[in-house]
Design a protein around this ligand. Sequence first.
Ligand code: GDP
Length: 199
Amino acid sequence: MKIKDATFITSVASSKQFYQTDKPIIAVAGKSNVGKSSLINMLANKKKLAKTSVTPGRTRLINYFDFGEFVLADLPGYGFAKVSKEEKKKWGELLESFLATQKICLLLSLVDIRHEPTNDDKMMINYLYSYAVPFALVATKADKLAKTRVKPRVKEIATSLRVGFADITATSADTGYGKEDLLGIIEKAISIPQEEIEE
Ligand code: GDP
């Protein structure tokens, strides 16, 4: 699949504003600084579509982008230490209503390939199971490891998150590693008729 052009649609702060579309929605989630904006920019072939964060965790909005064949929903990063309890609660509510009410074709859940998945990462996966949201895992920043370390790390992450090895795609926004694999996963997900997801 080739992305011809990707454009920003809107940012929303509450469930009342969720963007409604007939296009399939691909959501992207991960903790702050995991490389979410960089991954979105890589998929879009644009340097500045999603802002790469200066202060991690600042964006508390869901950003929607039109990728032509699908709409990409960029969820606010989680797990930023300096966020208040109140803000964490708000984030949880926003996430839950997003998972419960938006028709999500596939959610890409990002983890940093170098780090042990956090409790927040595990909680995210639990949410996805409980709301029956189809998901794929993405291990970001693969260029930070020696090539021979990539597969063993992916295996370790799979074990830690209790998912299959093949459910994780290693990527690098710096080198473009894994980009075609990820586009293939998205293409497969959006080719499933929407009605089948709703049932
Ligand atoms: P976000 O907070 O999840 O949106 O993360 P960003 O995309 O802003 O990235 C956070 C930091 O990690 C930035 O300094 C990026 O340059 C860096 N980064 C993101 N992806 C990669 C990658 O694939 N490889 C390397 N080496 N650095 C990356």
